[in-house]
Ligand binder design. Structure first.
Ligand SMILES: Nc1nc2c(c(=O)[nH]1)N[C@H]1C(S)=C(S)[C@@H](COP(=O)(O)O)O[C@H]1N2
Ligand SMILES: [Mo]
Length: 328
């Protein structure tokens, strides 16, 4: 039965969309671009299969089986995920009520995939030996090619539209150029700190440094802060490079900690590209952007850029010894 095949394809597309969606948050360099492209193409695979799935669902609904409400909820969550995804890509809608479009997209996406899995448990789609037939490979290839074609058309239209979506970064984020337009962004629930630049001290591997000390070095780097919320900004940052402050050849990783308790761990080899920044675009950092001192981590997404830094410690744990995304 062809319905079975469509259901199976949708299940796989939804699961892979979840995997690529979560992975997209880890991408900080152009080498990871394919993850974001794959996420887009997978969402279009779902779109391509929708007409056929609607026919299957219409038959199912008439049969009034249990789990009907869940199926309808799944349909709604899926449509909301796709619609918020389009809003993200075009850049035409930044907030929906009190939430950012990205928060809405992630929430509905997680809901849609969870409901898909429950739905699959209720109405199992058995795999069959013939699933790996030549015919099915060709069909799958056809669906993916159609989705890829749609992706190209969509990108072409965006390019021509003059909308922000036409100049997305490889991560999918939209540009903010004016430093005063940069939002004050917290990963989950930190609040903006108001530290006194005259008295605040940063403990770096046992040495206590003032903001004046950190500003005096005058190391500069141009780097892009790219928030998983969907925006990026490229600015000139000034402060002190970490390799100047750490003993060469010691330890395996560097833990950078905020006064709020927020922290991230980095490979020791990256000390020469991490900057303790006190200025952005030749101005002291505003409190909301992490003033008086924040971390600048070139090539890494925003959640690595610890704000209101209070300590930098070197230890022997491996750099991957941390949650892949912050948990608080
Ligand atoms: N202490 C602390 N630092 C933090 C965060 C946080 O919640 N707490 N959020 C991170 C995230 S997710 C981003 S995108 C950037 C945002 O920097 P901005 O507020 O200057 O835009 O800060 C990062 N540094
Ligand atoms: Mo972020």
């Amino acid at each position: 039965m062809a319905g079975r095949r469509t259901n199976l394809a949708l299940l796989w597309a939804a699961v892979l969309a979840l995997v690529t969606g979560v992975s997209a948050f880890l991408v900080g360099t152009p080498a990871g671009r394919w993850v974001i492209v794959a996420h887009g193409v997978l969402s279009l695979v779902i779109v391509v299969l929708v007409p056929h799935k609607s026919a299957i669902a219409a038959r199912g609904i008439q049969r009034r089986r249990s789990g009907r409400l869940l199926s309808i909820g799944l349909g709604v969550a899926m449509v909301a995920t796709l619609a918020s995804g389009v809003a993200l890509v075009t850049g035409q809608l930044e907030d929906i009520g009190p939430f950012t479009t990205m928060q809405i997209h992630v929430a509905f996406g997680l809901l849609a995939v969870s409901l898909t899995l429950i739905h699959t448990l209720q109405r199992p789609v058995p795999h069959r030996a013939t699933d790996f037939s030549r015919r099915n490979f060709v069909l799958t290839g056809g669906v993916v090619a159609a989705a890829g074609g749609l992706w190209l058309v969509f990108e072409g239209v965006l390019d021509a539209s003059g909308w922000r979506g036409g100049h997305r970064r490889f991560t999918g984020s939209h540009e903010i150029s004016d430093p005063s337009d940069i939002p004050y962004t917290q990963w989950i629930n930190d609040s903006v700190q108001h530290l006194d630049p005259g008295t605040h001290r940063v403990e770096v591997a046992g040495t206590s440094l003032s903001i004046r000390d950190l500003a005096a070095t005058g190391d500069r780097v141009e780097a892009t802060l790219d928030c998983t919320g969907g925006w990026f900004t490229t600015q000139s940052w000034k402060g002190t490079r970490m390799d100047r402050l750490l003993e060469a050849g010691e330890g395996s990783s560097i833990v950078v900690r905020s006064v709020t308790g927020y922290w991230r761990r980095f490979p020791i080899e990256h000390a020469n590209r991490l900057l303790l920044a006190t200025e952005m675009a030749d101005q002291p950092l505003p409190d909301g952007n992490g003033g008086p001192v924040r971390l600048v981590a070139p090539g890494r997404r925003g959640y690595w850029w610890v704000k209101w830094v209070v300590s930098v410690q070197v230890d022997d744990r491996p750099p991957w010894w941390q949650p892949p995304l912050p948990i608080a």
